[in-house]
Structure formats: structure tokens, C-alpha cells
Design a protein. Structure first.
Length: 280
């Protein structure tokens, strides 16, 4: 798995004794994203799928709308004390005619693994407008499909099995077919990687899909789904009030507490089929 995991010694204390053994930890390293040499953002991420992450980040920030808006992406200017490339700086060049990001996208501080919006230059810039409206997507999603998504996502989280320390994001078709899954120490990075994969695959706007996340549905994750034209976001935990408000305003379906055979639908319930008999 390379730098996705790191082996560290650990002292294990159990009821019947203490032992020492190596343990696998999820790797966390900084990634600096540059646009034509100018630093734009630094995010703490699990290395891997960095080009997808950068494309997803730029799409969900409203800087680009297609993969063709980026002409090149290359690692540069980051070496360790032995002179080897750390692959922690990624420089992207915009295609001719694509406007550079304005100052509202630039992070005044680094982005942590727990929060992708922290340090935004202006909170007014958080409500980025999308060119791919989820409200226009006529897809419907069977409740039985939704009930199966948490287990399908968990089964695809290979690094989580060895570390127990990564968030997962999966993009599914409305029939439950898995299109892509990504893991990261940051839930927003996992979503950016999935969105970037869809973008580079020519699948944005991501019509007829469901984004399943392993944690809570924050405002930022909801915005990222909206920006990619994803019509439904489902989470195993709770959404925030602002996430529910944004989903409703954008015409997106938002599902929380998706566990076993139960869920709460906070917006866009008309897309979910197979629940009418249970509605009272």
C-alpha cells in the first residue's frame, strides 16, 4: 500500500497482559496544491489519488467545470532530507482561456484533515454556485438500494481494514452499482477524490448517482455533491442544519442515519421509492 499506511511500534494493553508489536496507521501528509506555480491550498491527506483530489477540489470550488480545464498536473519542489521527491506538492496548469481562481478560493491557513472549509477567505464564498443542478435530475432511488449502501461502502474500504482510521466515500448508481470508492484521513478529501475520479472519467455532471459517505453529512460535503451534479447524498451519521438547508435549496436528496433498515430523509424524499407503505 506504500505511503497509504505507516507501520509504527505500539504497546498493547489488554486485560490479560501487555505486549509490543507493530501496528498499521493511516498515513497523513500535507499536499500543497498550486495553480501555475502559485500556492492555492494545503490539505492534510492520505497520499494517493492526488490528481483526482486536486481536480475534485477545483471543481467543487467552482474553479473548473471539466477535466479539459486543466492542461497539466505534475509533482514538483518537494524533497526530503535525502533529496528524494516527497510527492507533496502538486502544480496544475489551467488550459488557455480558463480564468484563475479568485481570492475567495485561496486558503488563508492550511486545511486540516477534519475540516476543509476552515480558513476560507470569506464565508460568503462558501455557497459556491454550481452549473450542474441536481434539481434537474429525474432519477429515483429504491429504499432497498439505499439500505445496502453502507455495507457496500464498508466492504470496499480496503485500507480501513488494516488501520481503522480512514473515512470512505463511494459513488454509486441508483441501482447500487459501485462506480468508485476512495479513502482518506479527511472526509472532504475522500469526496474530492471520488468527484475528481468522476470528472476525469467524463462522468460530471454525475447524474443518476448517490454519494455515500462513512461519517456525517456536513455542509461542505453537501456543497461538493451539489457542485458535481450528484442528486443524492447519504451518510451513516447526522447531517448539519446547513447541509439540510443547502440540499433542499439545491433540489438534492439528503439521507442521514442510514443504518440497517432505517434512515432519515432530510430533503428530496420524493426521489426515494419503496417507502410509501411505511409512511404514516
Amino acid at each position: 500500500m506504500g505511503r497509504v499506511t505507516v507501520r509504527r511500534p505500539v504497546v498493547r494493553v489488554r486485560e490479560h497482559g501487555v505486549d509490543r508489536r507493530p501496528d498499521a496507521l493511516a498515513a497523513e501528509e500535507p499536499l500543497e496544491i498550486r495553480i501555475e506555480g502559485k500556492p492555492l491550498a494545503v490539505t492534510m491527506r492520505t497520499p494517493g489519488h492526488d490528481v483526482e483530489l486536486a481536480h475534485g477540489f477545483l471543481l467543487t470550488e467552482g474553479v473548473i467545470t471539466s477535466a479539459d480545464d486543466i492542461s497539466t498536473a505534475r509533482y514538483c519542489d518537494s524533497v526530503d532530507d535525502t533529496g528524494r521527491n516527497t510527492y507533496n506538492v502538486l502544480d496544475l496548469a489551467l488550459a488557455p482561456g480558463v480564468a484563475p481562481p479568485d481570492d475567495s478560493v485561496e486558503r488563508r491557513f492550511y486545511t486540516t484533515s477534519s475540516c476543509g472549509v476552515c480558513g476560507k477567505a470569506s464565508l460568503d464564498a462558501v455557497r459556491t454556485r454550481t452549473v450542474f443542478s441536481p434539481a434537474d435530475d429525474p432519477v429515483t432511488i429504491p429504499a432497498d438500494v439505499l439500505f445496502g449502501l453502507p455495507d457496500a461502502l464498508r466492504a470496499a474500504q480496503k485500507v480501513f481494514d488494516s488501520t481503522g482510521g480512514l473515512h470512505g466515500a463511494g459513488l454509486f448508481r441508483a441501482d447500487g452499482t459501485l462506480l468508485a470508492v476512495r479513502e482518506d484521513v479527511g472526509r472532504h478529501n475522500a469526496v474530492d477524490k471520488v468527484v475528481g475520479h468522476a470528472l476525469l472519467s467524463g462522468a460530471v455532471p454525475a447524474a443518476g448517482t448517490v454519494l455515500m459517505v462513512s461519517g456525517r453529512a456536513s455542509f461542505e460535503l453537501t456543497q461538493k455533491a451539489v457542485m458535481a451534479g450528484i442528486p443524492a447524498l447519504a451518510a451513516v451519521s447526522a447531517p448539519s442544519s446547513l447541509a439540510a438547508e443547502m440540499a433542499e435549496d439545491a433540489g438534492m436528496t439528503l439521507v442521514g442515519f442510514l443504518r440497517g433498515r432505517s434512515m432519515n430523509i432530510y430533503a428530496g424524499a420524493s426521489r426515494v421509492t419503496g417507502i410509501e407503505a411505511q409512511t404514516r
